[in-house]
Design a protein around this ligand. Structure first.
Ligand code: 2HG
Ligand code: ZN
Length: 504
């Protein structure tokens, strides 16, 4: 391992690592505060929030795990303003925390509590720049909400095949910075598989215009893939070109109950043998999670008696006359005849489809309303999902009796949200203090199954401590060198993804 010359950090960052949380001297203004007049000159009053009541929602994460602090939320109106802000911050050595819809599950967009970093909100960069139904591409700015991007694609007769539970709030920049996955990964891959081009403001303020729309472009290192998944630590994504696909002509959604997780896997295999190209989503839900949704989310109903294991499957195709309804019925009838499936319904209308999907998509919100939870966004080879859940259930019972396992998620691609809800009688803070013990218990099983500790939510602020044991050695070393090369002053989203330099 070669030593890395880290250079001299700027004054504001020299004496303190991003993980330290001591507060600046009350009587002294911080470098970030001193920079505010200059930033106001760039952004104008509309482009900056400084009142504590206005900045507070940007300083806390969706799960309320992290309460940060910031002197200002910067709201540039376009890429040029983002670049000018980054130049000013780079010169002053002031850290920036890029933020989109603030839906991170791992504290990836929350500033630290020391108040030294400024939040850079991309919300005002919200234009759909162009859509091309022939090239099947859409060019979007970072602040476009994912749902709005899907709608724009649909109006042009296309499908943007990226669907996540938070799509009504999550923004394109954050979706790409975290390489979000979601419900359609089984068919179309993750966010990175849909990116053709990017526009990025680098940590020194240079704008890289890589908004190319090419399906083939072998011209050196693939920079766009470096920024996708970098969680704002290497630069600020300001716009992107995404792939579209033809809009489906037929779509069928079914909910069914199976006897076990193995039964869910067997059903997946059956759909795969029938028509693999038609599987748009294959989601698993446990009885516990569905129960939370029914109790906490108004207007959602279950079309049959509650069960312990559910599968939500969506088939879709742009082919004319594909007969998806018949093939859905054939697979489900065959599975029922062999007692693989006990109950099944196929949605008859858009409203019914939406109700079935709500049962699944409201899991995160319902779990939040139920109480404190420790989330494990893990992935394993699809064939190992039953073993994962079985072993985790046994280990959890030993670790903390009464803790409720709430596994759900994207079974078709092996990504399970192996979440644990606090025991009913336990204090939330006492439970959350055990988060590392719970995450490590799951991690040990996942590692033995050749899985990953972060499938689609990223590393953020929650999981950098896991990086050395999962990605240590040459991999983490290369990541640190890339960070050092692009962001030598460490101003981009400090404290996220990479653990402190001292941690090997
Ligand atoms: C989902 O699939 C999201 O609904 C959230 O990724 C998962 O709450 C979670 O753990
Ligand atoms: Zn998910």
């Amino acid at each position: 391992m070669l030593p890395i010359d880290r250079g001299t950090p700027p004054d504001s960052l020299a004496s303190q690592s991003p993980h330290q949380t001591s507060m600046p001297d009350q009587n002294q203004t911080s470098p970030a505060e001193r920079l505010l007049p200059k930033l106001r000159a760039i952004l104008g009053d509309r482009g900056m929030l400084t009142d504590a009541s206005d900045t507070a929602p940007y300083a806390e994460d969706w799960r309320r795990l992290y309460q940060g602090k910031t002197p200002a939320v910067l709201r540039p109106a376009d890429t040029a303003e983002v670049a000018r802000v980054v130049v000013a911050c780079a010169e002053a050595g002031v850290a920036l925390v890029p933020q989109g819809g603030n839906t991170s599950m791992v504290g990836g967009a929350t500033p630290s509590p020391d108040g030294r970093a400024l939040v850079l909100s991309l919300s005002r960069l919200n234009r759909v720049r162009s859509i091309d139904p022939i090239d099947l591409t859409v060019t979007l700015e970072a602040g476009v909400i994912l749902k709005a991007a899907q709608n724009a694609a649909a109006e042009a007769g296309c499908l943007l095949p990226l669907s996540i539970s938070s799509e009504g709030t999550a923004q394109i920049g954050g979706v790409l910075a975290t390489n979000a996955g979601g419900n359609n990964t089984v068919r179309y891959g993750n966010a990175r598989d849909l990116v053709l081009g990017l526009e990025v403001v680098l940590p020194d303020g240079q704008v890289w215009n890589g908004l190319r729309r090419l399906r083939k472009d072998n011209t050196g290192y693939c920079l766009r893939q470096l920024f996708v998944g970098s969680e704002g630590t290497l630069g600020v994504i300001t716009a992107a070109v995404l792939k579209l696909v033809p809009q489906p002509r037929e779509r069928e959604v079914a909910l069914c109950t199976v006897a076990s997780v193995q039964g869910a896997l067997d059903l997946y295999t059956r759909f795969n043998r029938s028509d693999p190209a038609a599987i748009q989503a294959f989601e698993y839900m446990s009885g516990a999670g569905v129960d939370f949704v029914l109790r906490h989310i108004p207007g959602v109903s279950l079309p049959f008696e509650p069960a312990s294991h559910y599968v939500l499957v969506e088939l879709a195709t742009p082919r004319i006359g594909a007969g998806l309804r018949a093939s859905m019925e054939a697979v489900l009838t065959g599975a029922m005849e062999e007692d693989m499936v006990s109950n099944a319904v196929i949605a008859e209308s858009e409203a019914q489809r939406a109700n079935l999907w709500k049962l699944r998509e409201e899991h995160a919100e319902a779990q939040k309303r139920e109480g404190a939870s420790v989330k494990n966004d893990v992935s394993v080879p699809v064939s190992k999902v039953p073993e994962l859940l079985e072993r985790a259930q046994a280990a959890a019972a030993l670790l903390m009796p009464g803790m409720r396992m709430v596994p759900f998620g994207h079974m078709g691609d092996g990504n399970i949200h192996l979440n644990f809800e606090q025991p009913e009688a336990m204090d939330a803070a006492v439970f959350l203090a055990q988060d590392h013990a719970i995450m490590d218990m799951v991690g040990e099983i996942v590692q033995s199954l050749d899985g990953s500790f972060s499938a689609e939510h990223g590393v953020g602020m929650l999981k950098p401590y896991m990086m050395p044991s999962w990605r240590g050695g040459a991999e983490l070393d290369a990541m640190r060198r890339i960070k050092q090369a692009l962001d030598p002053r460490g101003i981009m989203n400090p404290g996220k993804v990479l653990p402190d330099a001292a941690t090997r």
